[in-house]
Design a protein around this ligand. Sequence first.
Ligand SMILES: NC(=O)c1ccc[n+]([C@@H]2O[C@H](COP(=O)([O-])OP(=O)(O)OC[C@H]3O[C@@H](n4cnc5c(N)ncnc54)[C@H](O)[C@@H]3O)[C@@H](O)[C@H]2O)c1
Length: 336
Amino acid sequence: MMDEIISEDIEKVKSTVKAKAFAGKKVLVTGGAGFIGSWLCDVLLGFGADVVALDDLSTGRSKNIDHLTKKASFKFVKSDVCAFQSNEKFDFIFHMAGHASPDEYQTHPIETLQTSALGSFGMAELARKNDATLLFASTSEVYGDAEIIPTPESYWGKVNPIGPRSCYDEGKRFAEALLMAYSKQHGLNMRIPRIFNTYGPRLREDGLYGRAMSRFILQALANQPITVYGDGKQTRSFCYITDTITGLMLLTASPKAKCEVVNVGNTQEVTILELAEKVKEATKCKSTIEFNLLPKDDPKRRCPDTAKLEKLVGWKPTMSLKEGLKRTVTWFSQKT
Ligand SMILES: NC(=O)c1ccc[n+]([C@@H]2O[C@H](COP(=O)([O-])OP(=O)(O)OC[C@H]3O[C@@H](n4cnc5c(N)ncnc54)[C@H](O)[C@@H]3O)[C@@H](O)[C@H]2O)c1
């Protein structure tokens, strides 16, 4: 059964995006058992699409999609995206597979690079053969330690190509270059959203460093010390899952977004210390705040310029951090 909070949120997304673009269409969602991928599956099925979710369950969880497996219009395929081949005719491909958390990708740097490079190559070929629209989940991490804040898409980035984060950052940068090449050489109909920190129900709770939101919430709910890395003055911008999903779906459905690279994120920039305080407030916990060493190459600030997304598809985030936190805390507290 789907959680009440998630059901309510999905209805909200459905009222913002027009179902027509996806009704009766065949859609492949790679990383479909993951956080963002499983939300996409829910919304697409709600729109009357036929959905194939592909996932190797390396970081995703079958419990994110268990409630869908009895639906005739849903199929789950457990496979590495790098090895996946299919004769099915897809209209849309949401290519979300990847190792998104720093702990995860730093433990599996080769798999991370393979998924970005070989997985994206396979998805580009599949989309080309099917004449499908391909959306590739890129990331704010392509900007590295950005020198322009808020960061527009025109900024080329400041990335360490051999540092501990490079398997993720450079993998995504390679995939962007690959899809650009496919669009030039083969006319591939693709979109590249650069997703900034997204949070909400189904966010994985583990990850020592990198998923501050879920770690803080769980520590607060257990009244344990909240661990902040560095002095907590580094900033991030947190986008609630329904806003991210709406942005991704509007981009996919809009012909104006063809071959565009577009930031998707919330423009409210907060320090990590402020986030810890907000989590304390939302959970009414008694936790103290502890400080640990900041990992190497950690970006100092993150905040998107979202003017392009707004201009292209009329998108603006609708969920405040306060309300999004409240919903996320409620969801986590029901799970723990
Ligand atoms: N969540 C965010 O804040 C965020 C921000 C920027 C970009 N992204 C990107 O969005 C995508 C989804 O992120 P998420 O937060 O849902 O992460 P997630 O870890 O919850 O989901 C990723 C999914 O991909 C699957 N996967 C990984 N490698 C695979 C492979 N080789 N073959 C098949 N499946 C594979 C995992 O099992 C998982 O289910 C990722 O590509 C990530 O890089 C996420």
